[in-house]
Design a protein around this ligand. Structure first.
Ligand code: DQA
Length: 149
């Protein structure tokens, strides 16, 4: 059974309360439940992990290199614009990942214009609020079907 990991970076446990004009009103638990249902329907398993700490996200990335994870859905949040360490971790394990953002960083402050992940991701889905996660899951399911051996 293909295994997907949904990884969320700092402050994303505050979804639902945090800047709702940008990030909508759905909680992270709502999103995780929706994605788990979609994964199950497609015959995949979904693990979910959120942390505010770069080293914990990095450990989870390292763990996915050992536990048979096939694909990672990743919203690195603020670490998108700062983290060489997480980029290097993803390069080290070599598992394909999709970068997700609820907002569209391209329309926001200049410091959000740089992503340390976009050029090594399978693709980036941004700007669709909580739907970005669902669209990324659909892309993941299609990618796994295309590459199934
Ligand atoms: C975000 C965009 C980032 O710039 C920001 O730091 C976040 C959330 C998004 O989902 O739109 O925390 O990744």
């Amino acid at each position: 059974m293909p295994k997907i990991l949904l990884l969320n970076g700092p402050n994303l446990h505050l979804l639902g309360q945090r800047e709702p004009h940008l990030y909508a009103k759905r909680t992270l638990a709502d999103i995780e439940n929706e994605l788990s249902a979609l994964a199950k329907e497609a015959g995949h398993s979904l693990g979910c992990y959120q942390s505010d700490a770069e080293h914990e996200l990095l450990h989870r990335i390292h763990g996915s290199g050992e536990d048979g994870t096939d694909l990672i859905l990743f919203n690195p949040a603020a670490f998108t614009h700062t983290s060489v360490a997480l980029r290097d971790g993803l390069l080290a394990i070599g598992i394909p990942f999709i970068e997700i953002h609820m907002s569209n960083p391209a329309t926001r402050e200049p410091f959000r214009q740089q992503s340390f992940f976009a050029d090594i991701a399978l693709g980036v889905i941004a700007g669709f609020g909580p739907h970005s996660y669902r669209l990324a899951m659909q892309a993941a399911i299609e990618h796994l079907a295309d590459t199934a051996g």
